[in-house]
Design a protein around this ligand. Structure first.
Ligand SMILES: [Zn+2]
Length: 438
């Protein structure tokens, strides 16, 4: 019988042993970064520490943070710690707001990435008999090729569909017998809608059984919807270009947080305001240190993602810490009429109503002295066509729920199915027209 783990020894290693290994790797990584990077040398000097000052895992608190601006200020390759000839692959974020973040891989880094993606896919149940349909964008974005390498590592059949051409993707999934779908959660929703429009029932006409979704925050309610509509089990995946792309953490079948592969990453949560390290179980900003990367490793990288780390052993048998589902990054937080709101809170509030579809748009504006806050939500085809549907009552119930969760009453508009623009990558959920207005 096939095993449950890709690498049982590592995945179920007792925590004491895992931490011992982490300390050893961490000390090496600190020394390596100090010796090979002018950026880190400067940071260390400023903090008044030397690599030898790191004696225990607790000493990590002495090490200065790395932030996104470090990448941008040293664009493109100012943080590289190897000779340019040792670089074998480069990826990049989209960089819509300034210099993009460049991800650099040596031969070693590619081997690690493939191993971690293979391990991640295997954890969700992907096997060599599967047909893995990848609708993440291929190219500079780490999503497409990351999953591609992982599926190859398992020996599954890969269909590198990439993004776009939604109807053709549905046809390919049907004709080639896709069993696993990898894409953004919003694209999974869009694929489901397209199938319905083409009179294809994914539960009976397709062989899909698993979905691996990430690259944007998504709520439990969207998970329920995707699972129900596509007839699959949906897994959350997490990663960052700054670390390696996807492959940092993955959900197991218990769906109780994402296992961080701690033999390659050291994870912490901190108070985002004070930088103070928090204990497991406390909610804070995720901070990662790459333990095995050679091209461009990061020490204490602040992700801006808010989560909770749990370190007790999971019922799946894995000992690696779990990070609870990220429902928003601190960068995404909206300040509306003096109140802090995450788009995911709005999503959670509205997706509890079966009368509405998965598409919504939050619009913020400041036409005069005050902010306006409106939410557009699409009705399902069924509700839109139902002459008996009491839309005023539905509106009242949705508003009450949004108010309970956020303390705010937006202008709520129930719109026709298909009226909010779709994307084949990350969804655009917020339109903030206040920018530049005072
Ligand atoms: Zn588990």
């Amino acid at each position: 019988m096939e095993g449950k783990y890709w690498n049982q020894k590592i995945e179920t290693m007792p925590r004491a042993e895992l931490e011992k290994r982490q300390l050893q790797l961490f000390r090496m990584q600190v020394k390596y970064s100090y010796e090979n990077s002018a950026v880190y040398q400067k940071k260390f000097k400023k903090a008044g520490i030397k690599p030898n000052d790191i004696k225990s895992l607790k000493d990590i608190q002495k090490v200065p943070f790395t932030v996104k601006d470090d990448f941008r200020d040293n664009y493109p390759l100012g943080m590289l710690m190897v000779q340019p000839d040792d670089v074998v692959e480069i990826h990049s974020s989209s960089g819509t707001t300034g210099n993009p973040v460049v991800g650099v891989y040596t031969k070693n880094d590619m081997d690690v990435w493939r191993e971690l993606m293979t391990r991640s896919l295997y954890t969700t149940g992907v096997r060599n008999t599967d047909v893995v349909h990848i609708s993440y964008g291929y190219g500079l974005f780490t999503g497409g090729l990351g999953f591609h390498y992982g599926a190859h590592g398992i020996g599954a059949t890969v269909v590198p569909a990439s993004a776009g051409m939604t109807q053709r993707q549905v046809k390919l999934m049907k004709d080639l017998g896709a069993t696993v779908l990898c894409c953004t959660p919003s694209f999974a929703v869009y694929l489901g809608e397209t199938m319905r429009a083409e009179h294809i029932d994914p539960r009976t006409d397709l062989k899909l059984r698993l979905g691996l979704f990430g690259a944007e925050p998504w709520s439990e309610k969207i998970r329920e919807r995707i699972e129900q509509e596509l007839g699959i089990e949906a897994f959350d995946v997490y990663g960052l270009t700054e670390l390696c792309g996807p492959g940092v953490s993955i959900e197991c079948h218990t769906h109780n947080g994402l296992h961080v592969w701690e033999d390659h990453f050291l994870a912490e949560t901190i108070d985002p305001n004070t930088g103070e390290v928090l204990s497991p179980g406390e909610k804070g900003e995720l901070v990662f240190t790459s333990l095995t990367k050679t091209g461009l490793p990061v020490l204490r990288y602040r992700t801006r993602d808010i989560s909770v780390l749990e370190t007790e052993r999971c019922s799946c048998g894995r000992t690696h810490a779990r990070m609870l589902k990220v429902t928003g990054r601190s960068d995404d937080m909206l300040k509306v009429k003096g109140v802090n709101v995450f788009p995911s809170q709005i999503e959670y509030a509205i997706m509890g109503f079966p009368e509405v579809a998965c598409q919504y748009l939050i619009v913020l504006d400041r036409p005069g002295a005050l902010d306006t806050f409106s939410v557009k939500v699409e009705l399902t085809e069924k509700t839109a066509k139902d002459p008996q549907a009491d839309l005023n009552d539905l509106k009242r119930r949705i508003l009450e729920r949004i108010h309970n969760i956020t303390g705010l009453f937006p202008d709520l508009e129930l719109v026709k199915p298909g009226s909010i623009p779709r994307t084949d990558g990350k969804a655009k959920r917020v339109l903030d027209l206040r920018k530049g207005k005072t």
